[in-house]
Design a protein around this ligand. Structure first.
Ligand code: HEM
Ligand SMILES: N[C@@H](CC(=O)c1ccccc1NC=O)C(=O)O
Length: 290
Protein backbone atom coordinates (compact mmCIF):
# COMPACT_ATOMS: atom_id res chain seq x y z
CA UNK A 1 0.00 0.00 0.00
CA UNK A 2 1.29 3.43 -0.87
CA UNK A 3 1.25 5.99 1.91
CA UNK A 4 -0.19 8.77 -0.23
CA UNK A 5 -2.52 8.54 -3.22
CA UNK A 6 -0.88 9.12 -6.56
CA UNK A 7 -0.09 12.79 -7.11
CA UNK A 8 -0.79 13.53 -3.43
CA UNK A 9 -4.25 14.80 -4.45
CA UNK A 10 -7.68 13.89 -3.08
CA UNK A 11 -10.12 13.51 -5.95
CA UNK A 12 -13.53 14.94 -5.14
CA UNK A 13 -16.31 12.34 -5.05
CA UNK A 14 -18.87 12.23 -7.83
CA UNK A 15 -21.72 12.79 -5.35
CA UNK A 16 -20.29 16.03 -3.98
CA UNK A 17 -22.58 18.91 -4.81
CA UNK A 18 -21.02 21.68 -6.86
CA UNK A 19 -24.05 23.45 -8.32
CA UNK A 20 -25.71 25.88 -5.91
CA UNK A 21 -27.81 27.93 -8.28
CA UNK A 22 -30.95 28.88 -6.32
CA UNK A 23 -29.82 26.87 -3.25
CA UNK A 24 -28.36 27.86 0.08
CA UNK A 25 -24.62 27.25 0.30
CA UNK A 26 -21.99 27.69 2.98
CA UNK A 27 -21.30 31.36 2.33
CA UNK A 28 -24.91 32.45 2.01
CA UNK A 29 -25.93 30.62 5.19
CA UNK A 30 -23.12 32.23 7.19
CA UNK A 31 -23.40 35.69 5.68
CA UNK A 32 -19.75 35.46 4.70
CA UNK A 33 -20.01 38.22 2.11
CA UNK A 34 -21.00 40.59 4.90
CA UNK A 35 -18.53 39.31 7.50
CA UNK A 36 -15.53 39.14 5.19
CA UNK A 37 -16.14 42.54 3.70
CA UNK A 38 -16.49 44.19 7.11
CA UNK A 39 -12.76 44.87 7.67
CA UNK A 40 -12.06 48.48 6.82
CA UNK A 41 -8.55 49.63 7.76
CA UNK A 42 -8.44 53.40 8.26
CA UNK A 43 -4.67 53.78 7.91
CA UNK A 44 -3.75 55.08 4.47
CA UNK A 45 -1.98 53.31 2.91
CA UNK A 46 -3.40 50.37 4.89
CA UNK A 47 -0.90 49.27 7.53
CA UNK A 48 -0.17 45.54 7.34
CA UNK A 49 -0.99 44.99 11.04
CA UNK A 50 -4.28 46.85 11.15
CA UNK A 51 -6.11 43.77 9.84
CA UNK A 52 -4.91 41.82 12.89
CA UNK A 53 -6.15 44.62 15.14
CA UNK A 54 -9.57 44.66 13.47
CA UNK A 55 -10.05 40.90 13.37
CA UNK A 56 -9.01 40.50 17.02
CA UNK A 57 -11.78 42.92 17.96
CA UNK A 58 -14.36 41.49 15.59
CA UNK A 59 -13.86 37.90 16.75
CA UNK A 60 -14.11 39.01 20.39
CA UNK A 61 -17.32 40.91 19.59
CA UNK A 62 -18.80 37.83 17.86
CA UNK A 63 -18.09 35.72 20.93
CA UNK A 64 -19.50 38.47 23.18
CA UNK A 65 -22.68 38.32 21.13
CA UNK A 66 -22.97 34.64 22.03
CA UNK A 67 -22.14 35.31 25.70
CA UNK A 68 -24.99 37.85 25.91
CA UNK A 69 -27.34 35.37 24.19
CA UNK A 70 -26.37 32.55 26.58
CA UNK A 71 -26.50 34.68 29.74
CA UNK A 72 -29.98 35.91 28.83
CA UNK A 73 -31.05 32.29 28.38
CA UNK A 74 -29.41 31.29 31.69
CA UNK A 75 -31.36 34.04 33.45
CA UNK A 76 -34.58 32.77 31.87
CA UNK A 77 -33.85 29.15 32.85
CA UNK A 78 -33.18 30.26 36.44
CA UNK A 79 -36.48 32.17 36.45
CA UNK A 80 -38.18 28.98 35.27
CA UNK A 81 -36.46 26.80 37.92
CA UNK A 82 -34.66 24.87 35.18
CA UNK A 83 -31.31 24.72 36.94
CA UNK A 84 -29.75 21.97 34.82
CA UNK A 85 -30.25 23.93 31.59
CA UNK A 86 -28.89 27.03 33.32
CA UNK A 87 -25.79 25.02 34.27
CA UNK A 88 -25.29 23.98 30.67
CA UNK A 89 -25.46 27.61 29.54
CA UNK A 90 -22.96 28.70 32.19
CA UNK A 91 -20.57 25.94 31.07
CA UNK A 92 -20.73 27.23 27.48
CA UNK A 93 -20.04 30.79 28.63
CA UNK A 94 -16.94 29.55 30.45
CA UNK A 95 -15.55 27.95 27.29
CA UNK A 96 -16.14 31.15 25.31
CA UNK A 97 -14.39 33.16 28.00
CA UNK A 98 -11.40 30.83 27.82
CA UNK A 99 -11.26 31.25 24.04
CA UNK A 100 -11.38 35.06 24.07
CA UNK A 101 -8.84 35.20 26.88
CA UNK A 102 -6.42 32.90 25.03
CA UNK A 103 -6.69 34.92 21.85
CA UNK A 104 -4.91 37.86 23.52
CA UNK A 105 -1.70 36.04 22.58
CA UNK A 106 -2.41 36.76 18.91
CA UNK A 107 -2.68 40.52 19.50
CA UNK A 108 0.40 40.42 21.74
CA UNK A 109 2.41 39.81 18.54
CA UNK A 110 1.64 43.44 17.64
CA UNK A 111 4.72 45.38 18.74
CA UNK A 112 4.55 48.92 20.18
CA UNK A 113 6.34 50.21 17.09
CA UNK A 114 3.84 48.59 14.72
CA UNK A 115 0.83 49.84 16.70
CA UNK A 116 2.26 53.37 16.95
CA UNK A 117 2.37 53.42 13.15
CA UNK A 118 -1.43 53.39 12.88
CA UNK A 119 -2.73 54.27 16.39
CA UNK A 120 -3.25 57.96 15.51
CA UNK A 121 -5.67 56.98 12.76
CA UNK A 122 -8.02 55.37 15.32
CA UNK A 123 -9.13 58.79 16.58
CA UNK A 124 -11.24 58.58 19.73
CA UNK A 125 -12.48 55.05 19.07
CA UNK A 126 -11.89 52.70 22.02
CA UNK A 127 -13.06 49.38 23.43
CA UNK A 128 -14.65 51.49 26.16
CA UNK A 129 -17.42 52.01 23.60
CA UNK A 130 -18.16 48.25 23.28
CA UNK A 131 -21.86 47.93 24.06
CA UNK A 132 -21.74 44.14 24.09
CA UNK A 133 -19.01 44.21 26.74
CA UNK A 134 -21.22 46.49 28.86
CA UNK A 135 -24.16 44.17 28.28
CA UNK A 136 -22.15 41.27 29.71
CA UNK A 137 -21.09 43.38 32.69
CA UNK A 138 -24.71 44.44 33.31
CA UNK A 139 -25.98 40.85 33.04
CA UNK A 140 -23.39 39.74 35.58
CA UNK A 141 -24.16 42.57 38.02
CA UNK A 142 -21.67 45.36 37.35
CA UNK A 143 -24.44 47.87 36.71
CA UNK A 144 -23.33 51.43 36.03
CA UNK A 145 -25.76 53.94 34.50
CA UNK A 146 -22.84 56.27 33.67
CA UNK A 147 -21.74 53.80 30.98
CA UNK A 148 -24.87 54.64 28.95
CA UNK A 149 -23.57 58.16 28.23
CA UNK A 150 -21.16 56.92 25.58
CA UNK A 151 -24.13 55.67 23.55
CA UNK A 152 -26.22 58.83 23.63
CA UNK A 153 -25.94 59.19 19.84
CA UNK A 154 -26.96 55.57 19.21
CA UNK A 155 -30.57 55.32 20.39
CA UNK A 156 -31.04 51.62 19.55
CA UNK A 157 -27.93 50.57 21.48
CA UNK A 158 -28.65 53.05 24.27
CA UNK A 159 -32.19 51.74 24.76
CA UNK A 160 -31.10 48.10 24.66
CA UNK A 161 -28.52 48.75 27.39
CA UNK A 162 -30.96 50.89 29.40
CA UNK A 163 -33.37 47.94 29.32
CA UNK A 164 -30.68 45.55 30.55
CA UNK A 165 -29.82 48.06 33.29
CA UNK A 166 -33.42 47.95 34.47
CA UNK A 167 -33.64 44.13 34.44
CA UNK A 168 -32.46 41.69 37.13
CA UNK A 169 -28.99 40.20 36.69
CA UNK A 170 -28.14 36.51 36.41
CA UNK A 171 -27.18 36.66 40.10
CA UNK A 172 -30.54 38.24 41.02
CA UNK A 173 -32.27 35.38 39.17
CA UNK A 174 -30.13 32.84 41.03
CA UNK A 175 -30.92 34.41 44.42
CA UNK A 176 -34.65 34.35 43.63
CA UNK A 177 -34.33 30.66 42.80
CA UNK A 178 -32.53 30.04 46.11
CA UNK A 179 -35.34 31.84 47.95
CA UNK A 180 -37.97 29.72 46.17
CA UNK A 181 -36.07 26.63 47.32
CA UNK A 182 -36.29 27.73 50.94
CA UNK A 183 -32.95 29.42 51.46
CA UNK A 184 -32.91 32.49 53.71
CA UNK A 185 -32.37 35.22 51.12
CA UNK A 186 -33.45 38.49 52.77
CA UNK A 187 -36.59 40.05 51.28
CA UNK A 188 -34.89 43.39 50.64
CA UNK A 189 -32.27 41.58 48.56
CA UNK A 190 -35.08 40.11 46.44
CA UNK A 191 -36.70 43.55 46.14
CA UNK A 192 -33.47 45.46 45.53
CA UNK A 193 -33.12 48.27 42.99
CA UNK A 194 -31.62 46.20 40.18
CA UNK A 195 -30.33 49.28 38.35
CA UNK A 196 -27.63 49.58 41.02
CA UNK A 197 -24.31 47.73 41.14
CA UNK A 198 -24.38 44.72 43.42
CA UNK A 199 -22.82 45.24 46.85
CA UNK A 200 -21.97 42.49 49.33
CA UNK A 201 -24.66 41.18 51.70
CA UNK A 202 -23.23 39.17 54.62
CA UNK A 203 -26.55 37.30 55.12
CA UNK A 204 -25.91 35.58 51.78
CA UNK A 205 -22.54 34.30 52.97
CA UNK A 206 -24.52 32.36 55.58
CA UNK A 207 -26.81 30.96 52.86
CA UNK A 208 -23.82 29.84 50.76
CA UNK A 209 -22.07 28.41 53.84
CA UNK A 210 -24.94 25.94 54.25
CA UNK A 211 -24.61 24.91 50.60
CA UNK A 212 -20.82 24.58 50.70
CA UNK A 213 -20.80 22.66 53.97
CA UNK A 214 -23.45 20.21 52.74
CA UNK A 215 -22.80 19.94 49.00
CA UNK A 216 -24.49 16.55 48.66
CA UNK A 217 -27.77 17.99 49.94
CA UNK A 218 -27.65 20.85 47.41
CA UNK A 219 -25.63 19.41 44.54
CA UNK A 220 -26.97 21.46 41.62
CA UNK A 221 -26.94 24.71 43.61
CA UNK A 222 -23.39 23.93 44.67
CA UNK A 223 -22.42 23.33 41.00
CA UNK A 224 -24.11 26.61 40.00
CA UNK A 225 -22.19 28.52 42.69
CA UNK A 226 -18.90 27.10 41.42
CA UNK A 227 -19.83 27.95 37.81
CA UNK A 228 -20.46 31.55 38.85
CA UNK A 229 -17.08 31.69 40.57
CA UNK A 230 -15.46 30.24 37.42
CA UNK A 231 -17.15 32.92 35.33
CA UNK A 232 -16.01 35.71 37.64
CA UNK A 233 -12.46 34.33 37.57
CA UNK A 234 -12.50 34.04 33.79
CA UNK A 235 -13.79 37.60 33.44
CA UNK A 236 -10.97 38.89 35.61
CA UNK A 237 -8.43 36.91 33.61
CA UNK A 238 -9.72 38.56 30.41
CA UNK A 239 -9.42 41.98 32.05
CA UNK A 240 -5.91 41.16 33.24
CA UNK A 241 -4.73 39.96 29.81
CA UNK A 242 -6.22 43.13 28.28
CA UNK A 243 -4.37 45.25 30.83
CA UNK A 244 -1.05 43.48 30.20
CA UNK A 245 -1.50 43.68 26.43
CA UNK A 246 -2.29 47.38 26.69
CA UNK A 247 0.76 47.94 28.92
CA UNK A 248 3.16 46.18 26.57
CA UNK A 249 1.70 47.98 23.56
CA UNK A 250 1.19 51.61 24.72
CA UNK A 251 2.89 51.65 28.14
CA UNK A 252 1.37 54.41 30.26
CA UNK A 253 -0.02 56.56 27.46
CA UNK A 254 -3.54 57.91 27.93
CA UNK A 255 -6.24 55.98 26.08
CA UNK A 256 -7.89 56.97 22.81
CA UNK A 257 -11.20 56.82 24.72
CA UNK A 258 -9.95 59.62 27.00
CA UNK A 259 -9.07 57.63 30.12
CA UNK A 260 -5.74 57.53 31.94
CA UNK A 261 -5.10 54.15 30.26
CA UNK A 262 -3.52 51.34 32.26
CA UNK A 263 -4.32 53.07 35.58
CA UNK A 264 -8.02 53.17 34.67
CA UNK A 265 -8.08 49.54 33.53
CA UNK A 266 -6.34 48.44 36.75
CA UNK A 267 -9.24 49.77 38.83
CA UNK A 268 -11.59 47.30 37.12
CA UNK A 269 -9.62 44.45 38.69
CA UNK A 270 -11.07 45.47 42.07
CA UNK A 271 -14.64 44.96 40.84
CA UNK A 272 -16.44 41.78 41.82
CA UNK A 273 -19.67 40.20 40.57
CA UNK A 274 -20.42 37.65 43.29
CA UNK A 275 -18.60 38.84 46.44
CA UNK A 276 -20.46 36.47 48.79
CA UNK A 277 -19.25 33.47 46.80
CA UNK A 278 -15.69 34.59 47.48
CA UNK A 279 -16.30 35.50 51.14
CA UNK A 280 -17.90 32.13 51.87
CA UNK A 281 -14.52 30.50 51.32
CA UNK A 282 -13.22 32.19 54.46
CA UNK A 283 -16.09 30.74 56.45
CA UNK A 284 -16.10 27.09 55.38
CA UNK A 285 -15.33 24.87 58.35
CA UNK A 286 -14.02 21.33 58.13
CA UNK A 287 -15.23 18.50 60.44
CA UNK A 288 -12.89 19.69 63.20
CA UNK A 289 -14.12 23.26 62.84
CA UNK A 290 -10.99 24.67 61.15
C1 HEM B 1 -3.33 46.98 21.47
C2 HEM B 1 -4.56 46.73 21.75
C3 HEM B 1 -5.38 47.51 22.74
C4 HEM B 1 -5.08 48.65 23.42
C5 HEM B 1 -3.79 49.47 23.40
C6 HEM B 1 -6.23 48.96 24.24
C7 HEM B 1 -6.30 50.03 25.08
C8 HEM B 1 -7.38 50.33 25.88
C9 HEM B 1 -7.46 51.45 26.78
C10 HEM B 1 -6.35 52.45 27.03
C11 HEM B 1 -8.69 51.41 27.35
C12 HEM B 1 -9.26 52.42 28.37
C13 HEM B 1 -10.24 53.33 27.69
C14 HEM B 1 -9.57 54.38 26.82
O1 HEM B 1 -9.22 55.44 27.35
O2 HEM B 1 -9.40 54.11 25.63
C15 HEM B 1 -9.37 50.27 26.83
C16 HEM B 1 -10.64 49.89 27.20
C17 HEM B 1 -11.28 48.78 26.71
N1 HEM B 1 -10.84 47.94 25.72
FE1 HEM B 1 -9.03 47.96 24.88
N2 HEM B 1 -7.18 48.01 24.03
C18 HEM B 1 -6.72 47.11 23.12
C19 HEM B 1 -7.38 46.03 22.62
C20 HEM B 1 -8.66 45.66 22.94
C21 HEM B 1 -9.37 44.52 22.40
C22 HEM B 1 -8.81 43.52 21.39
C23 HEM B 1 -10.59 44.51 22.93
C24 HEM B 1 -11.65 43.51 22.63
C25 HEM B 1 -12.87 43.82 22.33
C26 HEM B 1 -10.67 45.63 23.85
C27 HEM B 1 -11.75 45.97 24.61
C28 HEM B 1 -11.79 46.97 25.53
C29 HEM B 1 -12.88 47.20 26.45
C30 HEM B 1 -14.14 46.35 26.56
C31 HEM B 1 -12.57 48.32 27.19
C32 HEM B 1 -13.37 48.90 28.35
C33 HEM B 1 -12.80 48.30 29.65
C34 HEM B 1 -13.37 48.87 30.92
O3 HEM B 1 -14.34 49.62 30.89
O4 HEM B 1 -12.82 48.52 31.98
N3 HEM B 1 -9.48 46.30 23.83
N4 HEM B 1 -8.57 49.62 25.95
N1 LIG C 1 -7.90 52.48 23.41
C1 LIG C 1 -6.81 52.08 22.51
C2 LIG C 1 -7.32 52.01 21.10
C3 LIG C 1 -7.97 50.70 20.96
O1 LIG C 1 -7.51 49.75 21.48
C4 LIG C 1 -9.14 50.57 20.14
C5 LIG C 1 -9.39 51.49 19.15
C6 LIG C 1 -10.48 51.32 18.31
C7 LIG C 1 -11.33 50.26 18.51
C8 LIG C 1 -11.07 49.36 19.55
C9 LIG C 1 -9.98 49.54 20.37
N2 LIG C 1 -9.76 48.61 21.34
C10 LIG C 1 -9.71 48.65 22.66
O2 LIG C 1 -9.74 49.59 23.40
C11 LIG C 1 -5.63 53.01 22.65
O3 LIG C 1 -5.66 53.90 23.50
O4 LIG C 1 -4.67 52.82 21.94
Amino acid sequence: MTRTPSGNTRPIEATIRTDFRGAMDYGSYLGLDEILSAQHPVSDPAHHDELLFIIQHQTTELWLKLVVHELRAVRQYLDGDDLSRALKGLARVKHIQRTITEQWSVLATLTPSEYAEFRDTLGQASGFQSHQYRAVEFLLGNKNAAMLQVFRDKPAVHDQLALLLSEPTVYDAFLHLLARRGHAVPQDVLDRDVTQAWTERPELVTVFKTIYEHPHDHWELYAACEDLVDIEDAFQLWRFRHLRTVQRTIGFKTGTGGSSGVGFLKKALDLTFFPELISVRTEIDGPLGG
